[in-house]
Write a protein that binds this ligand. Structure first.
Ligand code: SF4
Length: 373
């Protein structure tokens, strides 16, 4: 097993300073990056902390008690997050996903959700406001999240067997409590609920069929995620990736699947349906079927750095502008300027890189627990 590299601040590469471009934004002008992709989806990380230690995201031996987590003062306040989000909405964002770390660990997150739920698109429409959680606090919080204005949740669950679940998240947390959280979210009306399972060959692939059987006919949408070389600490190897095509075959052998149309441009999951009407299953295949072509996602770190790709190695410092007295128009112009210069497509390029290139470049990639999945 290759020795794990522990970089100094693996999740905090020094950001690029953001400048307000001289040319003001043309109101209503459509915004596209270098590959013609619009800005539609903003993922906001509200904490870099988590109560799980999933080996593919926050391995325990790196993210231990001495790890330099961000001090409270470094985090954007709810008012700052909402102000920045408003500029993104002006620029075309229609969906906001709250992430982390584990977003439900951020104290009073309902207050932030209330603020974001007030935002409207230029034509007065509400946003699609959603959140990704490990489900550990969901049973307690589901109703309050709904009352605050959250529309949907996505819950991460990497197996039904407690021992396997423990091997994936490296903490002693019972699957039953996550399932209770999913039920509470369903009861609170936070559906359609999506359940994300990361498949890591050699660790949990034998949970694929039990998970498919469990969520078949439940109304919840199970999605299988290929294990990714995110960040610099998870020791990723290609031979631990189980391609989605193989997962489709595994399920179809028992419960035949039929391909479905994509729901919206830029969607990450490839959709399939059970032939027997048992509902939908999704496959997020960043390694074997890259979807960078219509990637319309930006990411805001918990301390106000703008990232243009999950595999980026540098962010853009929005917080300094924000706390430096920039006007809303200046903030929007700076964000637009960065987006227009975007040409990220790491997953597309990964497949053209030599096999070991991923580990060669990993030292510089930002951590997923810092910018959200
Ligand atoms: S690799 Fe980057 S550009 Fe490609 S889909 Fe993922 S986030 Fe988007």
């Amino acid at each position: 097993m290759a020795e794990r590299v522990i970089p100094l601040h693996p999740h905090r590469p020094a950001p690029q300073a953001l400048h307000v471009p001289a040319q003001a934004l043309v109101p209503g002008a459509s915004l596209a990056d270098q590959l013609g992709r619009p800005l539609r989806d903003l993922r906001i990380s509200v904490t870099d902390r988590c109560n799980f230690r999933c080996s593919y995201c926050m391995p325990k031996e790196v993210f231990d008690k001495d790890y330099p987590y961000l001090p409270q003062s470094a985090l954007l306040s709810f008012e700052e997050i909402t102000r920045v989000a408003q500029q993104f909405v002006q620029l075309g964002v229609r969906k906001i996903r709250l992430t982390g770390g584990e977003p439900l660990l951020r104290k009073n997150i309902e207050i932030l959700i209330e603020q974001l739920a007030q935002l409207r698109t230029p034509d007065g429409q509400p946003l699609d406001l959603t959140l990704t959680t490990n489900g550990s606090l969901l049973a307690r919080k589901a109703q309050a999240l709904k009352d605050a204005g959250l529309q949907r949740v996505t819950v991460s669950l990497d197996g039904l067997d407690d021992a396997v679940f423990r091997r994936m998240n490296d903490v002693d947390f019972p699957v039953a409590e996550v399932l209770a959280g999913i039920e509470a979210a369903q009861a609170a009306g936070l559906g359609p609920i999506k359940v994300n399972m990361v498949v890591k060959r050699g660790t949990n692939e034998h949970e694929i069929l039990p998970m498919a059987r469990h969520f078949h006919g439940s109304g919840q949408v199970l999605r299988f995620i290929e294990y990714m070389d995110v960040g610099a600490t998870n020791g990723w190897r290609m031979n631990e990736v189980m391609p989605s095509a193989e997962v489709v075959r595994t399920i179809s052998a028992e419960m035949p699947l039929l391909p479905m149309e994509a729901a919206a441009p830029g969607e990450t999951a490839e959709r399939w349906a059970y032939a027997d009407g048992g509902g939908e299953v999704g496959f997020i295949s960043s390694v074997t079927q890259a979807f960078c072509g219509d990637c319309n996602r930006a990411r805001l770190s918990t301390e106000g750095q703008l990232y243009l790709c999950l595999f980026a190695s540098q962010g853009h410092d929005l917080r300094t502008l924000l706390r430096g007295g920039a006007s809303d128009a200046e903030l929007a112009a700076a964000i637009a300027h960065v987006w227009q210069g975007r040409s990220d497509r790491y997953s597309q390029l990964r497949s053209q890189l030599p096999a070991d290139a991923s580990s060669a470049t990993s030292g510089r990639r930002v951590e997923m627990s810092y910018i959200g999945g």
